[in-house]
Design a protein around this ligand. Structure first.
Ligand code: EPZ
Length: 425
């Protein structure tokens, strides 16, 4: 099985192209089920999760073809055509590999009036139930039964518009209900909805397809159902979590890196904290430039939260930065109940971190030490690569398949800016 080998101590210099956003691409792919016309998605990242979603869609009868994306900085082009002959069952074997598979529920229910989707189950970062999705579709008139680990949903007369308030601004539930509501009868009002940039990206694509949606980026999204949607060509937004990860990597290793394609507005909370911690971040006409000279980062406190607060998907990476900061940082994880799986591995590299409930107290140490490590999810895994950039000696990160789910050409991107990061057998 592949591993990533990192030799710490190199400063970073140069530019890194930012790929299309995984968490937008997956939902846009699911949304192609909403139309019988061909769709084209461009700026697609070349990732294992995208390949899983392509397999799931093929299993549902969608034609999926991809081209390009073979060079660093070049997104792939996906042509997807759901046509009319779509199956409506997503099996456990596919859904268990990737929770985002559950996002086909809304499009299938909206267009075909039925869907049978395996329940995704828990995962390393928490229980991650789907009760908001289910309650929302029930409020839209669907009948939902749970049997043999599957959600069996039907709405023979179509979904009906409703007003639904999410108990928590869930990204997946907002997106699932939004893709159901675009073809529902009447008006749907989603309150306490997710405001994440990827949710907005999905909404913008749906609008180009002919959907009537207002309020994207606010916590109240209003959707007036239409009869049918058209196929369009749509470019996936740049990945803010990938951009944020390389920004933090530069703060950890030191040096100067331009993140080509990065959008400052999508990672405002991170930029503010990086600046407080002593890293310079400037917008350029191509993206963002990140610069840290030899000075040790200053400890700052972090609370994760829903957008525009600090994203949970950057918490592990920021903890790696705080592990060698000057002072003590308090990092509170408010989105997932079990997202500190990277902590024991950072401890093996010499970090000083204590976890009590949702709070991690990180006392900066002068230097981490390389070690063999592994992690249980993709953001945790990349945080270990980041920690290794500033560590003394060699770090081997095992279970690289986690990284391949969400970071395209990680070792090539790091090598291009002078880091010693390579894939080994
Ligand atoms: C999305 O997951 C992302 N995944 C996650 O990224 C990201 O961490 C998360 O949003 C938060 O930003 C994709 O977009 C594919 P939620 P999602 O529904 O939609 C609870 C990564 O590393 N909840 O906003 O599953 C839930 O348990 C991944 O790329 C319910 O209780 O997240 C969690 O505590 C990891 N019931 C909180 O809400 C529900 O029905 C937020 O979850 C739904 C959610």
């Amino acid at each position: 099985m592949d591993k990533i080998r990192v030799i710490g101590g190199s400063r970073l210099k140069g530019e890194i192209p930012i790929s299309g956003a995984k968490n937008a691409a997956l939902k846009l792919m699911a949304a192609t089920l909403l139309t019988d016309q061909p769709m084209t998605l461009t700026n697609m990242p070349n990732l294992a999760d995208v390949a899983f979603m392509a397999d799931l869609l093929r299993g549902l009868g969608v034609s999926v073809r991809s081209e390009g994306g073979n060079r660093l900085g070049e997104g792939a082009r996906y042509r997807l055509h759901a046509g009319t002959a779509v199956h409506t069952t997503a099996e456990y074997d596919v859904v268990r590999k990737m929770r985002a598979s559950f996002q086909v529920l809304g499009p299938l229910l909206a267009r075909h009036g039925k869907a049978k989707i395996s329940l995704p189950g828990g995962c390393a970062i928490g229980a991650r139930p789907v009760d908001f999705h289910i309650k929302g579709f029930e409020a839209m008139g669907a009948r939902i039964d749970l049997a043999d680990g599957y959600v069996i949903a039907s709405a023979p007369a179509g979904l009906k518009g409703t007003t639904f308030e999410f108990p928590f601004a869930s990204v997946g539930a907002t997106e699932n209900l939004m893709t159901g509501a675009v073809l529902a009868k009447g008006r749907t009002v989603l309150k306490n909805a997710a405001r994440e940039p990827e949710t907005q990206d999905l909404g913008h694509c749906l609008i180009e397809m002919g959907a009537k949606i207002s309020g994207l980026g606010t916590s109240e999204i209003v959707i007036d159902g239409v009869e049918a949607l058209n196929g369009v060509t749509y470019a996936v937004m740049p990945d803010r979590i990938e951009a944020g990860t390389y920004a933090i990597a530069t703060a950890i290793a030191g040096g100067e890196v331009e993140l080509v394609g990065a959008q400052a507005s999508a990672i405002g909370a991170l930029i503010a904290l990086l600046r407080q911690a002593g890293t310079e971040v400037q917008e350029t006409n191509r993206g963002l430039s990140v610069h840290r000279n030899g000075v040790c980062p200053t400890a700052v406190d972090v609370n994760t939260g829903v957008f525009p607060a600090f994203p949970t998907d950057l918490q592990a990476q920021f903890m790696a930065l705080m592990a060698t900061a000057d002072g003590t940082s308090h990092i509170r994880e408010t989105v997932f109940e079990n997202r500190f799986m990277h902590v024991p591995e950072l401890l093996r590299m010499g970090a000083d971190i204590k976890v009590e409930g949702d709070l991690a107290t990180v006392r900066g140490v002068p230097r981490l030490k390389g070690a063999p490590v592994m992690a249980t999810d993709l953001r945790a895994s990349v945080s270990l690569v980041l920690a290794a950039l500033a560590a003394e000696g060699e770090t081997i990160v095992n279970r690289v398949y986690h990284l391949d789910r969400g970071f395209e050409r990680l070792e090539e991107k790091f090598s291009a800016v002078g880091a010693q990061v390579e894939r080994i057998q």
